[in-house]
Ligand binder design. Sequence first.
Ligand code: IPM
Ligand code: MG
Length: 358
Amino acid sequence: MTNYKIGILAGDGIGPEVVDAACLVLNAIGEKFNFSVSYQHSYIGHSAIEKTGNPLPDEALEMCNKVDAILLGAVGMPMYDNNPSAKVRPEQGLLKLRKELGLFANIRPITIFDELLFTSSLKPEILKGADILFYRELTGGIYFGTPRERQNSGTVAIDTMKYEKYEVERITKMAFEAAMRRNKKLTSVDKANVLESSRLWRETVNEVSKDYPEVELSHLFIDNAAMQLILNPRQFDVIVTGNMFGDILTDEASQIAGSLGLLPSASVGSKVGLFEPVHGSAPDIAGENIANPSAAIMSVALMLETSFNNKLASDSIKNAIAKVFKLGFRTADLVEAETDKNHILGTKEFTQKIIEQL
Ligand code: IPM
Ligand code: MG
């Protein structure tokens, strides 16, 4: 029987709860599809800072280099957000992990469960049928460019938005390949009317497009893309964009799916893949058994498909979640006026329902 070694970085806030839920589902699907799973645990984010002073201790990185795939919960704590002078921050752990593991492509699928059309703040008739796949560049751009520093006794701050051609090429190729497997439409998002790095981005995307004549390519400026996304989400198939634009657009796009609690993500590059819910650590609801585990569970589905080439097992998880929604069960973030109060489940109970449906 195949055994998969999974590295767990549960992180902060609701991270541990949603990761526990995802592992239960992974164990259960393993029994059904005849593979076993073993887990190794390490620390990242605020919990790692508390233990070691370092948001990504060396032992965490060592673990990540030895496993077949990584499942991450969430990182972040408000105490750092409100303290601009904090030198060590939870997010640094995540950024370092992405960089060290060469995870240059962040894949974020946005799909809607029909049962949840009414939980979004957007009109159901606008959302129905939307299905978007984001390719967000993850190890370059303004997140990593240098210099990033203070000057003039701290009164001037500099970040650098930098892209090299090869960085744009490799993510663009992946996005075109994905478009070829889907509806053959790719939208590249940049700010080429203002930014030089965006002009390189656009130029490079156009060059790569020559190898994919079947794919209909279009370019949008980020401001227009943000507007188009909620104006008419169905116009999109695959979207490729840089690090910060992708960060912002995918949070916006979570409302197309109904809740940030529903979006999984895969970060891939040359070696091991990392799978994590798009949502943050939500410390205000941590430990209360009310977090929505769907994004973490769908991240496991994405892991099975992406890292272990097991589409059947992956689909089985997605179908089980859909069935649980169809039966009317909800977590607290997805409640609408019509929801039967007895159908609002805690994190653990909702997870059990999914396992029952596998
Ligand atoms: C995300 C998060 C991270 C990012 C933070 C936690 C550093 O918002 O994965 O989207 O900005 O990339
Ligand atoms: Mg984000």
